[in-house]
Write a protein that binds this ligand. Structure first.
Ligand code: FAD
Length: 271
């Protein structure tokens, strides 16, 4: 019997800046708002993997339009001297409906920062810039088991991962949310163990790490994907590197950093 190839392939896409309009805004939970963006600019948008993400460009307070990105041969570049600087943050593609020219993005309402503050007042007719996805990590979805974990910022990807795993493959998913009201209805197979962890009843905030360490790692080839607050992920990353999986099969990505403005940090390799 031959072993199936389990390579994670990066596929690159053209970078096109798009100016999109808010079509709808819906509260998914008390702390998460789903913004549906639309517009002709969505034509040709590539969405190929659960963790595909874009840079979202926000208008300055009081302005109608965002400052759009300056692109050079290698992608995003600093604006020319004297030009206004764009304000942007990374967000995951939650759904794309190309036939309706609609893109959903789920924003966590955490109360700070240009993105969090914008999302709290989002309304139809407003405009945002979108750049990306720059590339997609294509997972062959033929692993023997999967582990997905993260906080609310990871949920858009995590939900898409759960929708993609074939039936019959064991999946373990641990989601760290503020409280029970933040749980979302997710599509899972019968072979998925989905555990919600609530920060309001956590003794010390270390429950995500404990849950992952408490999992009896199944035999065979596993793929692990974890995202959330960078500091809390460090011990999880260290632990997952000891369970005997090749490095490419363990993706632990800091999506935001407590007390730090998120300009462009993916903390994938931080220890
Ligand atoms: C690849 C990728 C995909 C992402 N996808 C999503 C997504 O789909 N949905 C989503 O909501 N976020 C997502 N994020 C996280 C998002 O980019 C950050 O939370 C970002 O900091 C939000 O920008 P801001 O302007 O609101 O806050 P910033 O100006 O960056 O930060 C201001 C303050 O807010 C704090 N802060 C930032 N985010 C949070 C948070 N979630 N909870 C509590 N405090 C916070 C910071 O620590 C800082 O003190 C993603 C990040 C990455 C790298």
């Amino acid at each position: 019997m031959t072993t199936p190839a389990r390579e994670i392939e990066m596929v690159w896409h053209d970078l096109t800046p798009r100016l999109l309009e808010v079509a709808r805004v819906r509260r998914v939970t008390p702390r998460t708002v789903r913004v549906t963006l639309t517009g002709e600019d969505l034509d040709g948008f590539c969405y190929a993997a659960p963790d595909d993400h874009v840079k979202v460009f926000f208008p300055e307070p009081g302005a109608e339009l965002p400052v759009m990105p300056t692109l050079g041969p290698d992608g995003l570049e600093p604006p020319p001297p004297g030009s206004p600087r764009p304000t942007f943050r990374d967000y995951t593609v939650r759904h794309l409906r190309p036939e309706r020219r609609e893109l959903d993005i789920d924003f966590v309402l955490h109360g700070h920062g240009p993105a969090g503050v914008w999302a709290a007042q989002a309304a139809p007719g407003q405009q945002l810039g979108v750049l990306g996805p720059r590339g997609s990590n294509i997972n062959p979805m033929n692993f023997d088991w999967y582990l997905f974990a993260g906080d609310e910022t990871a949920l858009p990807s995590l939900a898409a991962w759960l929708e993609k795993v074939p039936a019959g493959v064991p999946v373990f998913a641990f989601v760290d949310v503020a409280d029970a009201a933040e749980e979302q209805d997710l599509t899972v197979t019968a072979d998925t163990t989905l555990v919600w962890l609530h920060r309001d009843t956590s003794i010390d905030g270390g429950h995500l790490e404990r849950a992952i360490r408490g999992l009896e790692v199944p035999p065979g080839a596993g793929y692990c994907w974890v995202a959330g607050e960078a500091g809390s992920l460090k011990p999880i990353r260290r632990y997952l590197r000891t369970i005997g999986l090749p490095r490419d099969w363990v993706e632990v990505d800091g999506y935001w950093k407590r007390g730090t403005v998120n300009l462009d940090h993916h903390d994938d390799d931080e220890d």
